[in-house]
Write a protein that binds this ligand. Structure first.
Ligand SMILES: Nc1ncnc2c1ncn2[C@@H]1O[C@H](COP(=O)(O)OP(=O)(O)O)[C@@H](O)[C@H]1O
Ligand SMILES: [Mg+2]
Length: 280
């Protein structure tokens, strides 16, 4: 499914104390694309993602999915958050089936529906490497395993769009690498359109077909970069000149747009003054 943001604005707060979280965002995402949103904290990444999810209403502009204006959350879009929002009292396999079961309850479910849901859950357990943990409770699993459960649960209803807000932010570096290759595999297999938020430039490049760089105060899209890497990613590509060049370019731009560069220059000036002995 395609996503299109046209002149999207989002304000928070009263007029006198207004925060512009999104300023005139224009972005088209094609079917089956993997887009990463990167930028310093406070630049509107989560607000944009929540707007696409229909969890936040935008103040102006249009947000379209396959040409239709979104009207709140829908089964065509699933979301994964940083903190695994699993039900602690349900086992892994029950967590994965839970939301799907609820939606089947509200419709007229047939035994064929239940059977296909059960087949889907088993396939997802296998895909995410969770088969041996199917009977475990979430609190007995590592962070990485819990996040696999959250992803499997999001995929249960075969959503054409997957929205992920810093999903691996709380994981250690090694686990993150494994999760990166896993989500790329999921993307290839399920042909999902993925919008992935991160503040980690390396993660953004490794995963994305395109990287969208956002800037703060006001939150906005600063620039968009095509990732010059083969479609099938491999960890060694992180050492390639193309990767390093784009990483440097993005890091420089983030420093420039977030005011960090000015902070660093000020720090350098202060150090110089101190070294010259003129510091009070
Ligand atoms: N519910 C809210 N009420 C008021 N301000 C908010 C709310 N959510 C986000 N903001 C503000 O909007 C801006 C963008 O926030 P956010 O989208 O969370 O940024 P990011 O995810 O890039 O860190 C920030 O200035 C933040 O303080
Ligand atoms: Mg955020």
């Amino acid at each position: 499914m395609k996503i299109s943001c046209q002149n999207v604005w989002k304000f928070f707060g009263e007029e006198s104390n207004r925060i512009t979280a999104l300023q005139d965002v224009n972005l088209g995402i094609s079917d089956n694309e993997f887009i990463t949103l990167v930028g310093a904290s406070g630049c509107g990444k989560s607000t944009l993602l929540r707007t696409l999810a229909g969890l936040e209403t935008h103040s102006m502009g249009d947000v379209l999915v396959d040409g239709q204006a979104i009207k709140g959350p829908g089964q065509d879009r699933a979301m994964v958050f940083q903190h695994y929002s699993l039900y602690p009292w349900l086992r892994v396999s029950e967590n994965i089936r839970f939301c799907r079961q609820l939606s089947l309850h509200t419709q007229n479910r047939t035994s064929a529906d239940v059977e296909s849901a059960s087949g889907r859950a088993d396939a997802l357990l296998k895909l995410m490497g969770l088969t041996t943990s199917a009977g475990a409770y979430p609190n007995t699993l590592s962070g990485g395993m819990q996040q696999r459960v959250a992803i499997a649960r999001a995929l249960m209803g075969k959503p054409p769009i997957l929205l992920m807000d810093e999903p691996f932010g709380a994981l250690d570096a090694q686990t993150r690498e494994v999760m990166h290759d896993l989500i790329l595999h999921v993307h290839r297999l399920e042909r999902t359109t993925i919008v992935f938020v991160t503040h980690d430039v390396e993660e953004a490049i490794y995963l994305g077909h395109r990287v969208v760089l956002m800037a703060p105060r006001p939150g906005r899209i600063d620039s968009v970069y095509d990732v010059p890497l083969p479609a099938k990613r491999e960890q060694d590509m992180k050492l390639s000149p193309e990767f390093t060049r784009l990483k440097r370019q993005l890091l420089d731009r983030i420093r420039e747009t977030s005011g960090m560069k000015t902070d660093l220059e000020q720090l350098e000036r202060l150090t110089q003054i101190a070294e010259e002995g003129s510091m009070p």
